[in-house]
Design a protein. Structure first.
Length: 112
């Protein structure tokens, strides 16, 4: 990986505590964990119907230097968007580079 291509600023968000939403469900509250340089590129996009509403989903490849303790329960803030981490791959197991697969779901105004 050419690290000079890392031109996007991202923030890893770590679940810190839980709070109850309006339906009395426990939902995680995220706090900033680490802000780093990364290369973010769209991988796939699709639209689908869910409960008679059209939803869009975009999957991203996020390439960054290796950082320990990056897990799939975290989220990424990128240019005002929240990306859910689907997988974290330590490329060649050399602790130099991470490839993160993350997805952004468009809720069409619906709150989670």
């Amino acid at each position: 990986m050419d690290f000079s291509k890392m031109r996007h600023r991202i923030t890893f968000m770590k679940p810190n505590e839980t709070e109850k939403n309006t339906m009395s469900e426990n939902v995680p509250r995220y706090t900033a964990y680490k802000t780093v340089w990364a290369f973010v590129s769209p991988k796939t996009g699709r639209e689908y119907d869910e409960s008679q509403k059209l939803r869009a989903e975009t999957t991203y490849n996020v390439m960054t230097r290796y950082f320990p303790n990056i897990t799939t329960d975290m989220q990424i803030l990128f240019e005002g968007r929240t990306l859910k981490i689907e997988s974290v791959l330590n490329i060649s197991e050399h602790n130099e580079q991470l490839r993160i697969i993350a997805s952004e779901v468009d809720n069409n105004g619906k709150d989670d």
